[in-house]
Design a binder for this molecule. Structure first.
Ligand SMILES: C[S@@+](CC[C@H](N)C(=O)[O-])C[C@H]1O[C@@H](n2cnc3c(N)ncnc32)[C@H](O)[C@@H]1O
Length: 301
């Protein structure tokens, strides 16, 4: 879970989806989508820009909730993820019995009550925030990105979005909550190191990590946005089968590796924590993890 390789993104996607479905019920996404649709007219495509798209998980989660005609522009700096993106989108659409075909520069997906024109582009959002075209964009969205950026980058992005009259949807920002079942005496120390590691520079300046939504809310209010948030927590439970067990193993390893990198003096205690967690996973006994995330919608009237 240290990088953003396609396997890690695929492993987390079902947990992201379940978490976002729970949040969507509290957030009323259809009402959120209705505002720009009213401005544009019911038959015009909603123009959506997805930042840090990876292999397209945000589109797969959000597009069905938005419904109707949509045109998505997906942006990432990683060419490997962008190479996987059209394959992942096509197989997602086909698995749902929808029609998907490659167009010249992108992909077209047709489904009942949903039509999607999708294009993608490689761009470094940290290096060239101002270079990304925003005119004619109704909605800027990102999933699992806000906690990677800095307060300065976010303030500049919000200013640009407001100037373009774009609504915002930031899904799955971590919020520092981590609860293991059962707990371990070293959880607090390991979690503190992990949280500190999440705030290291990820290319955008000091990362917001678990403070992302708390920092975003006043910035958005000052820019004139109205906001709503809802918890979108991962619920991981070893008793639910192999996918959950694989996710738990990846989380144990990822947290341990980040914690060791953060404080080499704590390596022996972190490794012991990791070994105890893996030993529990190897038993039929229950082990569970809740990872706190928050989804955020921002709009203006
Ligand atoms: C945690 S992943 C989330 C991917 C996807 N949105 C999802 O939910 O599965 C963060 C994404 O941000 C992208 N990213 C990180 N830094 C970036 C940058 N400077 N410019 C563009 N994309 C970036 C990564 O390549 C990765 O795809």
């Amino acid at each position: 879970m240290s990088g953003f390789d396609p396997d890690w993104l695929a492993l987390r996607e079902p947990f992201d989806l379940a978490a976002r479905e729970a949040a969507a019920q509290a957030l009323d996404v259809p009402a959120f989508a209705a505002r720009p649709r009213r401005r544009r007219g019911p038959d015009a495509a909603l123009q959506v820009l997805d930042l840090g798209c990876g292999t397209g998980a945000n589109l797969r989660a959000l597009a069905p909730q938005l419904g109707g005609p949509q045109r998505w522009r997906l942006v990432d700096h990683d060419p490997q993820l962008l190479a996987v993106l059209p394959i992942a989108l096509q197989s997602w659409a086909l698995s749902l019995g929808w029609h998907a075909e490659r167009t010249g520069a992108g992909l077209r997906i047709e489904a009942p009550r949903l039509s999607l024109d999708v294009v993608w582009q490689q761009a470094d959002l940290a290096a060239d925030l101002e270079g990304l075209r925003l005119d004619d964009t109704d909605l800027v969205t990102a999933s699992a990105l806000l906690d990677l950026v800095s307060a300065d980058w976010l303030a500049r992005w919000i200013a640009r979005s407001r100037a373009a009259a774009a609504a915002l949807c930031f899904a799955l920002s971590v919020d520092d909550r981590l609860h293991w079942q059962p707990s371990d005496a070293a959880d607090d120390e390991v979690h503190a190191l992990f949280r500190a590691h999440q705030r290291r520079d990820k290319g955008f300046g000091p990362a917001l990590g678990g403070a992302a939504v708390d920092v975003a809310l006043p910035l958005l209010a000052r820019a004139g946005y109205r906001c709503a948030t809802a918890a979108s927590d991962w619920q991981v439970d070893a008793a639910q089968g192999p996918a959950h067990r694989a996710m738990l193993a990846a989380m144990v390893d990822g947290i341990a590796s980040a914690a060791c990198e953060q404080d080499p003096a704590a390596v022996s205690r972190v490794r012991a924590w990791r070994a105890r967690r893996h030993a529990l996973l190897a038993e039929p006994s229950a082990m569970g993890l809740v990872v706190g995330h928050t989804d955020l919608l921002a709009w203006f009237d």
